[in-house]
Design a binder for this molecule. Structure first.
Ligand SMILES: [Fe+2]
Ligand SMILES: [Fe+2]
Length: 422
């Protein structure tokens, strides 16, 4: 990460305003949080950072970045149900409660007038040494605290850990408050997507909110591994990752156009019924045509192509729309199928295998992974299957996180081993 170096306050404030504006180009909440944390750390050359959002009166641990841990690549979404109380006990809870920034020079030597405590659990487990900390509330335009950013270990040009300056507290607060607009927008976008999914769910009970949250999150992780393996540059990788998560969640919204009699029929479908179901791909694509955004474009691609198969045996293929009646053509194959749809296909099938369906019981993760591997090069793109295998750690965390019982309308996640609290 290249830190920003500013010589005067005017330049710094201008930079903060520019970065805040660019946040609004992002659509997905995770991508927004990732960018906010990265820019917060850049402002002060901080080694690490975490971001929490307020949900149901508690702080939910959302995102972590730590330059000192190479295996963390460039940030991790937190898939954990761990929450923190908004009270005076922890540092982030204290900041959320009082709505004011807190700057600490040494986490192990807190000033006497600070009543909260530093939890050293993470340092003990990881061997990391937390020293300087800057914790600021994220406030909405109505001055409500909607989250907390905490950045850790500011560094000088020699790489030595130094305290955060008072000015940095002001700058980070300004950025956090501007960033709240993008966060709220990201929450609204995800809620709109979930509402669309709910409409499809009324028709097809298998398309639940938990299923689409998992398929969206799996697709983002698989894409990330694929992009790294294919040396896609970081900016492009983050841009696509931003879109694929929401677009993959919408893969089956075209089911709103299919009859209940077919979708709710218990047991296997006959050939005619199955042929009718195939049209959900075309109806889904139609929902996003005349698209004005890249997100719509990808949503159309995924809706249209998520049942195509690598060997050409899928559907709907090239679609003939003469007489206003879509017909089903010969299946597309290989790289003629858009990448996002090749990824979503693996995520969707894997999730269906792991879940109970009217015609099958839920398979365990190993058996499901095995089945995906068997179909590599036949149903699925081998490069995408390799990326899926590479992402198993995140995929397991996501599977356990989004269950029917714990379904949340905001996605939040990661493996909680990394941090307990700061
Ligand atoms: Fe589908
Ligand atoms: Fe699905």
């Amino acid at each position: 990460m290249q830190p920003h170096q500013f010589t005067d306050p005017f330049q710094t404030i201008q930079h903060i305003l520019k970065v805040s504006e660019r946040l609004n180009e992002l659509k997905d909440l995770d991508a927004i949080l990732d960018r906010i944390l990265e820019e917060s750390r850049r402002l002060s050359q901080a080694d690490a950072g975490t971001l929490f959002l307020v949900k149901e009166g508690e702080l939910v641990f959302e995102y972590i970045q730590n330059e000192s841990f190479a295996d963390q690549r460039d940030g991790m979404k937190v898939y954990s149900n761990k929450t923190m109380r908004i009270d005076g006990k922890s540092i982030v809870g204290y900041v959320a409660l009082h709505g004011k920034p807190l700057c600490i020079d040494d986490a192990y030597d807190l000033p006497e007038d600070v009543s909260c405590k530093f939890n050293s659990e993470f340092d003990r487990q990881s061997g990391y040494r937390t020293k300087s900390m800057l914790t600021v509330p994220i406030k909405s335009s109505q001055a409500k605290v909607i989250g907390v950013i905490q950045i850790i270990n500011a560094k000088n040009d020699q790489g030595e850990v130094i305290p955060f300056t008072k000015e940095m507290g002001h700058y980070l607060s300004l950025f956090a408050n501007n960033a709240s607009v993008a966060i709220e927008q990201g929450i609204i976008t995800r809620e709109v997507v979930l509402r669309m999914v709910k409409m499809a769910e009324l028709r097809d009970p298998a398309e639940t909110g938990a299923h689409v949250q998992r398929v969206g999150a799996y697709s983002a992780e698989i894409y990330d591994s694929w992009a790294r393996a294919n040396q896609i540059d970081k900016a492009e990788r983050k841009r696509v990752r931003d879109r694929i998560r929401l677009a993959a969640m919408l893969h089956d919204v075209g089911k709103v156009g299919i009859s209940d009699l077919i979708l709710k029929k218990p047991g296997r479908l006959n050939e005619d019924e199955f042929n009718q179901i195939k049209f959900h791909t075309i109806y889904g694509e139609d929902l996003f045509t005349n698209s004005t955004s890249e997100l719509d474009e990808m949503s159309a691609e995924i809706a249209a192509n998520h049942h195509e198969k690598w060997d050409g045996s899928g559907y709907p293929g090239a679609v003939n729309r003469e007489n206003g009646q879509p017909g089903l053509g010969k299946g597309k194959s290989g790289e003629d199928i858009p990448l996002a749809a090749r990824i979503c296909a693996v995520a969707d099938v894997y999730d269906a295998l792991c879940s109970k369906r009217s015609y099958k019981t839920a398979w365990d993760a190993d058996r499901s992974v095995d089945e995906i591997q068997q179909a590599s090069g036949i149903d699925f793109d081998p490069g995408v299957v390799a990326a899926f295998l590479e992402s198993q750690r995140a995929i397991n965390a996501i599977r356990e996180y989004f269950t029917e019982e714990t379904i949340r309308d905001l996605s939040t996640a990661m493996e909680s081993k990394i941090i307990e609290e700061h």
